[in-house]
Design a protein around this ligand. Structure first.
Ligand SMILES: [Zn+2]
Length: 301
């Protein structure tokens, strides 16, 4: 039995639903995803092996054994929802944000289950008992993504693209503590939301942010050099798939329309654009990405 299967079974015994994702291989001294995109995969070792994605996550032992018998090296992902994971990415300023949070809310440091990822750190907590959303204090932190319902995080001892394994640094798994109170607020229905809510969903603002970011994506596609145009389109679609998933925004048609037009101007063929959009979007959707300034929510545009 591989260490990965043992870990997956351990998590499931704690009631944490797990799913297998692709892993990391090494060839010519370089690490890359073991999916068919290899070195071009924008979500190396992090995207689900299951067609249903995170919805296929389970605590059923027989299923888990079966998966890791088929893919012994598959990375282990834990579906969040009952668990909340704060994903700290130092490349985006997450380290400084976390230090600030530690100072303001010391229990974040003392009560979390801590996993070192390849470059950053994951802090696990139990979800609040009521419907909730991140407080302003948490959502304003750059470089810290909140993984909750509908998302997942890669767990120890999965292999990271850096060649390092995810590693439990402080084990509170059997006694997971609730998310500190100052990091969340009760979710209110739209009707009863008061005007002093820290994050008001505002259609005009949302559209403005989306428009600015889409224009940037269009520019990057249009100015991509020949030979890199398809790759650039794929990356942008991946990014937007992840944003749509993270913020639960129904923006696929809008994004497809805008990015396809840009790709057409860049000289890509219609069939090529459609294929690339669908593969990039689908891969991105299973890799939620935060877009600074956007609140979470369900929106159709
Ligand atoms: Zn991949």
């Amino acid at each position: 039995m591989s260490g990965l299967m043992i870990a997956a079974l351990k998590y499931s015994s704690l009631g944490w639903p797990v799913l297998p994702t692709f892993s990391i291989s090494r060839s010519d001294g370089e690490f890359h995803c073991d999916c068919h995109l290899g070195k071009d995969c924008p979500s190396a070792g992090k995207h689900p092996r299951l067609i249903k994605g995170v919805k296929g996550a389970t605590v059923e032992e027989s299923k888990i054994r079966n998966w890791w018998n088929i893919w012994p090296q598959a990375n282990v992902a834990v579906a969040t929802g009952d668990i909340v994971c704060l994903d700290v990415d130092p490349r985006n300023g997450g380290d400084a944000s976390l230090r600030r949070l530690f100072q303001k809310v010391p229990t974040i440091r003392t009560r979390s289950h801590v996993v070192a990822s390849g470059t950053g750190v994951h802090l696990y907590f139990k979800k609040p008992d009521v419907k909730w959303r991140p407080s302003h204090l948490l959502s304003e932190q750059k470089g810290i993504d909140v993984r909750a319902k509908g998302h997942y995080c890669i767990a120890a001892p999965s292999l990271h693209i850096s060649g390092r394994r995810y590693q439990v640094v402080k084990d509170r798994s059997s006694d997971l503590q609730p998310l500190p109170r100052s990091l969340w607020i009760p979710a209110q229905s739209k009707k009863s939301r008061t005007s002093d809510a820290p994050m008001e969903f505002n259609d005009a603002l949302l559209l403005k942010i989306l428009n600015v970011e889409l224009t940037r994506s269009e520019r990057r596609i249009k100015t991509a050099v020949r030979g890199d145009r398809n790759n650039r389109l794929n990356l942008e679609c991946f990014l937007w798939g992840g944003r749509s998933s993270h913020h639960q925004l129904d923006i696929k048609n809008l994004v497809q329309h805008r990015l396809s037009a840009a790709a057409k101007k860049a000289g890509l063929s219609k069939s090529e654009i459609e294929l690339t959009f669908n593969s990039g979007w689908t891969a991105g959707h299973s890799h939620p990405t935060n877009l600074a300034g956007l609140p979470n929510g369900n929106k159709s545009l």
